[in-house]
Design a protein around this ligand. Structure first.
Ligand code: NAD
Length: 281
């Protein structure tokens, strides 16, 4: 029997968090920083990445690096990797945090009652689908391709953590592209876990439930801060009857990225206040 389980193995682990300057990305970075990991905050937004790195170092005293890169551009990821290797060392952990939805791939209505209705499936824009599929699927695929190179080979090992969503298990109304793109993350997590197992690289995912962030604020809250009908529906469908706080994902992240879960690969943990377990009746 194992005793004294801790996350102490995360100390000095070089950890790349894509989308690290975002809401959930920051919460993930803080979880790693608490345990002394060396974190590369990789984000499209250079200023936000640098500021996040500085404020983490100030708060936690660990070594951090803000790196600007686009998860959809392989060369920019290769350049980022070179910088990370120089400044922090060989990469041990990758968290694929960049992702999100787009209004152009979002219907206005939940169901089509009349073919003439506005804002139905017929009005969706392919541009929106391209954006969402690229960001969520290719934006996980490419960093995995580039950064796991450091994890292969004799004596090496590593961890990849993907960010899925509730809509991967059952599509949510209005967001067909985001739902399908996140379903592809669960599928890819299993595929890569199998492929990388001989290299001692574990690949898992978390599926956050509902957290209010910039991407979904327009769907779940009104301008005065009250819930929209959809926001209220979410709370009603969540047995714990609330939205999550960004800190709520930290335990599962640390568990999946540390040696505590050394025999766990190819899974996706919902962090959803019971939403996925509840049929609604
Ligand atoms: N917020 C939720 O309720 C929720 C629920 C389930 C899953 N998720 C997923 O969690 C992850 C983080 O979401 P969030 O709500 O913190 O989002 P966020 O918008 O706060 O953060 C996303 C970050 O990714 C960066 N980014 C965007 N495009 C990029 C690109 N091409 N290259 C590099 N960086 C890029 C942005 O600059 C931003 O800092 C996403 O994958 C999202 O789909 C969020």
């Amino acid at each position: 029997m194992m005793t004294g389980l801790t996350f102490s193995d995360l100390k000095d682990k070089v950890t790349v968090v894509t989308g690290g300057a975002g809401v959930l990305g920051l919460s993930i970075c803080k979880a790693f920083a608490t345990h002394g990991a060396k974190i590369a905050i990789l984000d499209l937004d250079q200023e936000k990445a640098k500021d996040t790195a500085l404020s983490l170092t100030k708060e936690f005293g660990n070594q951090n690096l803000g790196v600007a890169a686009n998860v959809l551009n392989k060369q920019s990821l290769i350049d980022a990797k070179e910088k990370i290797n120089q400044e922090l060392g060989q990469i041990d952990i990758l968290v694929n945090g960049a992702g999100g939805n787009h209004p152009k791939a979002t219907t206005k209505v939940e169901q089509m009652f009349d073919a003439e209705d506005e804002g139905t499936f017929f009005d969706l824009d392919l541009e929106g689908f391209d954006f969402v599929f690229d960001l969520n699927f290719k934006g996980t695929l490419l960093p995995s391709m580039v950064f796991t190179k450091d994890m292969v080979g004799e004596g090496n090992k590593g961890v990849v953590l993907n960010i899925s969503s509730m809509n991967a298990f059952k599509p949510l109304t209005k967001i067909p592209a985001y739902s399908a793109a996140k379903a592809s993350i669960n599928n890819f997590t299993e595929w890569l876990a199998m492929h990388m197992a001989p290299q001692e690289i574990r690949v898992n995912a978390i599926a956050p439930g509902f957290f209010i962030t910039d991407q979904n604020r327009f769907l779940v809250t009104n301008k005065d801060g009250s819930f929209t009908e959809r926001g209220q529906k979410i709370v009603n469908g969540t047995p714990m009857a609330k939205f999550g706080e960004p800190e709520d994902i930290q335990g599962a992240v640390l568990y999946l990225c540390s040696d505590v879960s050394s025999f766990v690969t190819g899974i996706c943990i919902p962090i959803d206040g019971g939403f996925n377990a509840y049929s609604g009746v």
